[in-house]
Ligand binder design. Structure first.
Ligand code: FRU
Length: 326
């Protein structure tokens, strides 16, 4: 049976390949499975603002009913997103923002708060004296700018703490690792390093192990994603001292999208919770996320069974129709 989708939702993702964003997409798809009539169009800009602009124009040409976007860098993406917004297509911005703040809704954690919490955590850990270096994300992305502002504001009341060195890791593990190796001479005097995500934090750890074996530099990251080789695992293994939880918000994006499309009330700012994960609570976090993951698997399994049942049912219907007609 052909039926037209009730709604078409387009999602422009700035980069699709890392585990955090794959988790976001899985969450979206799980939530979308409750709306089988909704068509979902997905584009991955592979870390390129230029490609993302191009993809957004293509998506706009497909006349979706709503666009979700995680803008790679704020400034370059602002004109196209503003244009789409002004043309009347609802826009949900998630995780990163544009420079203008023109959108129907934002879904994501407060990145300023994340930077601030990291700063407070490090200040306490260092006994309010010492040196901190940064491994930053793409400097033009709003998440990097806000995390930095938060970090610096949190450290300002601590004259005993000095910001030492800034390394641009572009959000990527390989870039972070190579840059830390290259700048290790300057970084060596750091008491702690705040890497703006856990992947770069892990790259930093590997580089420091290699270049300064036996060093005692504390490393703090962001995301605290469950699963092997993600943040929670690194904190549990004491590879990282801490990670700031940064929920992906995939589910909340789709919930907000459906509320907007169905003309139900929704909030403009949907700020997801965050917290410091360190050795004190990492086991509890792991227990909880393991449980959530196993429940999510159950949902996926039930969805699959349901789809199979539906197929059998519609086949039976077809056979019945033929019998009745003939
Ligand atoms: C994933 C990521 C996360 C980070 C977020 C910031 O692509 O780098 O690790 O928290 O983007 O926008």
């Amino acid at each position: 049976v052909d039926h037209k989708p009730t709604y078409r939702i387009a999602f422009s993702q700035c980069v699709g390949s890392d585990a955090w964003r794959q988790t976001m997409l899985e969450e979206m798809k799980r939530e979308l499975s409750f709306y089988p009539d909704v068509e979902f169009i997905y584009r991955d800009a592979e870390n390129s603002s230029e490609l993302q602009i191009q993809q957004l124009y293509e998506l706009r040409g497909m006349h979706p009913d709503l666009i979700i976007i995680s803008p790679n860098e704020a400034e370059p993406l602002t004109p196209v997103v503003d244009e789409i917004f002004r043309s009347g297509t609802p826009v949900i911005v998630t995780d990163r923002k544009t420079a203008s703040g023109q959108y129907n809704a934002y879904v994501g954690a407060d990145n300023y708060k994340i930077g601030y919490m990291a700063g407070q955590y490090l200040a306490t850990q260092l006994g309010r004296r010492g040196t901190i270096s940064e491994v930053t994300g793409l400097p033009g992305s709003s998440a990097a700018m806000e995390r930095q502002r938060g970090l610096h504001d949190a450290l300002r009341p601590h004259p005993g703490i000095r910001l030492l060195q800034q390394v641009n890791g572009q959000w990527l593990i390989d870039v972070a690792k190579a840059q830390v190796v290259q700048q290790v001479g300057k970084l060596a005097a750091s008491d702690a390093i705040f890497a703006y995500n856990d992947q770069m934090a892990f790259g930093t750890y590997q580089a420091l192990q290699q270049e300064l074996p036996g060093n005692r530099i504390k490393i703090v990251g962001v995301d605290a994603l469950p699963g092997d080789n993600n943040g929670l695992h690194f904190v549990a293994e004491k590879v990282l001292d801490a990670s700031m939880l940064y929920p992906t918000g995939g589910k909340e994006c789709i919930q907000t999208a459906m509320a907007i499309l169905n003309r139900q009330p929704y909030q403009r700012e949907n700020i997801l919770g965050t917290l410091v994960v360190d050795s004190a609570n990492v086991q509890l976090m792991k227990l909880q996320t393991d449980k959530i993951i196993s429940q999510q698997r159950d949902i996926d399994k039930q969805q699959q069974l349901f789809a199979e049942q539906q197929k059998i049912f519609s086949n039976q219907q077809r056979v019945l129709n033929i019998l009745v007609v003939s």
